[in-house]
Design a protein around this ligand. Structure first.
Ligand code: BG6
Ligand code: MG
Length: 211
């Protein structure tokens, strides 16, 4: 077998939290009279919370102190976490669930490599809390994608070399991160058009054809 492990991005790959991020940021942008739409939201894919905030604040003519930024990010996260309360195991698609099961059945180790500091909470909501061998997320990294740190940590937690792991991503920054870390990648959605992607896939189940 070509790979010993698969490292999954979480938001946009295993589940669809984009809509909740959008609603939580939109509220902040409206309060501050900043233009914000789905297209700007797409630029936040794979980007850390504070970097996402910076991108949205580009739409404002005023400057914000570090303390104000911290407060805005904390308020956004509170709204986002409240919205995550609506998520449950029913939000995990049968295609994702069956594919994960089959990958596991082939003896592959499965891990998460996500920029989110809410990854463990989301996994719990989806009923996947103890499902993955390793979870590397926004709480154990200092540098965001396209830096490969989050995936290198996941590989380290698994004790498997990067060239034996396949990274699955929906963000271009994530595909770049995989390449920078020496990982092959499978790109879904917008990431499938990245020049750095190893395999472009049109649905999650296509992973079974790759491994
Ligand atoms: C990534 C999302 O997975 O996590 C980004 O794609 C998000 O949109 C980032 O900004 C950080 O998430 P959180 O949950 O720590 O605010
Ligand atoms: Mg993603």
């Amino acid at each position: 077998m070509k790979y010993q492990a698969v490292i999954f991005d979480l938001d946009g790959v295993i589940c669809h939290t984009d809509k909740y991020h959008y609603l939580a940021w939109k509220q902040m942008a409206d309060d501050l009279d900043i233009y914000f739409d789905e297209e700007i939201n797409n630029r936040l894919r794979g980007v850390s919370r504070m970097e996402s905030l910076e991108i949205i604040l580009e739409g404002s003519s005023r400057t914000f102190s570090d303390a104000e930024k911290e407060k805005l990010a904390a308020e956004k996260n509170e709204r986002y976490v409240n919205l995550l309360g609506e998520m449950s195991a029913a939000d995990l698609s049968s295609e994702v669930w069956e594919t994960l099961e089959q990958l596991r059945g082939k003896g592959l180790k499965l891990a998460i490599g996500s920029s989110s500091r809410n990854a463990k909470l989301i996994l719990e909501r989806l009923g996947l809390k103890d499902y993955f061998e390793a979870v590397s997320d926004g709480t154990n990294i200092a540098k965001s994608k396209p830096n490969p740190e989050v995936f290198l940590k996941a590989a380290e937690f698994l004790h498997i070399e990067p060239d034996k792991c396949l990274v699955v991503e929906d963000a271009r920054a994530g595909i770049e991160a995989a390449k920078n870390g020496g990982f092959d990648s499978a790109g879904m959605g917008e990431a499938s058009a990245s020049k750095d992607v190893t395999y472009a896939i049109s649905s999650f189940g296509d992973l079974l054809k790759i491994v």
